[in-house]
Design a protein around this ligand. Structure first.
Ligand code: NAD
Length: 388
């Protein structure tokens, strides 16, 4: 089968196996080229197959020599369809890690279920004993409550007032006005249920009860704040409510883990292209301008650079872990620099379809987006038949 990207509304619905493997190899090579970190030995990554979770797993294994168990929701290939990109990436990651003598296994299924937590406990017990780092990096649209069976669907909406702004189709090079109605109370609650801290707390409790957390364990969940451009739809919207719940959960988990000398924190990461961020209105336009500005200033970062910096300069750097006044790790420091945001503002105010190429880095966005589905690599002949 010849596989070409099928993209609709900023969603790519297929993946290229060989390209997906190349994506992982590049990420792994990047980590290998960095200075070694005296980091964790055994890691659990929940949401390990893509985006920030995959990059964290790569930093742990290839910059710090860690064994890892991953948890992700991906689908294998069928006779007529390729697998999801994270399926191929997980296979390739495991192959590369095992070739270095590291333990690497993954559980594919619903992280929100009790069953998955028990499976993870058993795997850790059998193969690593205990874990000293637990990363919570899920981005999900739905969650089934494991006790009641009720299904919750998250919404990406403002709260209070309707919100109008602009969004970009980076492939058609079209800027469109978008208007989003405010969320209902049910939608806010459902988003908190899916993307808040409830499931993270259930994971930590299950791991703690089973005795598979090391003395001094660290657990981290990822969050985003952003700036004025995305505030009404992101931080002040439904997803922001969920992130506030997640951040409050860090405080509760931190107290709980102090019994074993452990800690729980949130890391505020920068905006990067992932399957999750591509579907948030306004965000693609903001990111293309941001990438142009950050590249011009020599401070552009993708998931790999961010997660290496998390390990080298935050979690396992010299001295205590640096945090803001709310106990959060900040990796969005470069994105939020005043000079960066001022130039993004100037670009945003002046942008139109006629000067998109000049004010926005469409190329960077498109190649990141294609690469994470295994497309857009010069090394690969996309006209060649692929054996699914
Ligand atoms: P992503 O879509 O690239 O990855 C999400 C991961 O979650 C995948 O591994 C997927 O398989 C897994 N997953 C989803 N539902 C699952 C389920 N039910 N069971 C098991 N696994 C499941 O997302 P991402 O952008 O890397 O987001 C990860 C975290 O980082 C989120 O908390 C997000 O808010 C945060 N974050 C993202 C950005 C950004 O710009 N992308 C910025 C800051 C923080």
């Amino acid at each position: 089968m010849v596989i070409k990207p099928m993209i609709r509304n900023n969603i790519c619905v297929n993946a290229h196996p060989e390209g997906s493997r190349l994506y992982v190899n590049r990420l792994v090579d990047y980590m290998r080229e960095q200075k070694r970190i005296d980091g964790p030995a055994n890691v659990l990554v929940i949401g390990s197959s893509a985006g920030y979770g995959l990059a964290t797993r790569a930093a742990a294994a290839f910059a710090s020599g860690a064994n890892s168990l991953g948890v992700a929701f991906e689908k294998p290939a069928s006779a007529r369809r390729p697998a999801t990109p994270g399926w191929y990436m997980t296979e390739e990651f495991e192959r590369l890690a095992r070739a270095e003598g590291l333990y690497a296994a993954s559980l594919i299924g619903d992280a929100f279920s009790h069953e998955m937590k028990q499976n993870a406990v058993e795997k850790i017990r059998e193969n690593m004993g205990t874990v000293d780092l637990v990363i919570y990096s899920l981005a999900a649209g739905v969650r089934v409550d494991p006790d009641t069976g009720e299904m919750f669907r998250s919404a990406l909406k403002p709260i209070g007032d309707a919100y109008s702004s602009y969004t970009l189709d980076p492939f058609k090079e079209e800027i469109r006005e978008v208007s989003v109605e405010p969320a209902t109370r049910e939608e806010i609650e459902a988003t908190v249920k899916v993307m808040g801290g409830e499931d993270w707390a259930l994971w930590i409790q299950a791991l703690l009860d089973a005795g598979v957390l090391s003395e001094g364990v660290t657990t981290l969940a990822y969050s985003y704040i952003g700036s004025d451009f995305t505030r009404p739809i992101y931080r002040d919207g439904t997803i922001g409510q969920a992130k506030e719940h997640l951040e409050a959960s860090a405080g509760e988990l931190d107290s709980k883990l102090s019994a074993i000398g452990g800690s729980a924190r949130v890391s505020i990461n920068k905006a990067v292209v992932t399957r999750a961020s591509a579907v948030i209105p306004v965000v693609p336009l903001y990111m293309t301008i941001l990438f142009r500005v950050m590249k011009e200033k020599g401070v552009h970062e993708g998931t790999g650079e961010q997660m290496y910096r998390l390990f080298a300069e935050r979690l396992y750097g010299p001295g205590a872990v640096p945090t803001d006044g709310n106990g959060r790790i900040r990796l969005d420091d470069r994105e939020l620099r005043d000079d960066v945001q001022a130039e993004v503002r100037a670009g945003w105010d002046g942008i139109g379809e006629e000067n998109l190429q000049e004010l926005a880095d469409l190329e960077e966005y498109r190649s990141e987006f294609l690469h994470m589905h295994g497309f857009g690599f010069d090394e690969i002949d996309y006209d060649e038949d692929v054996d699914l």
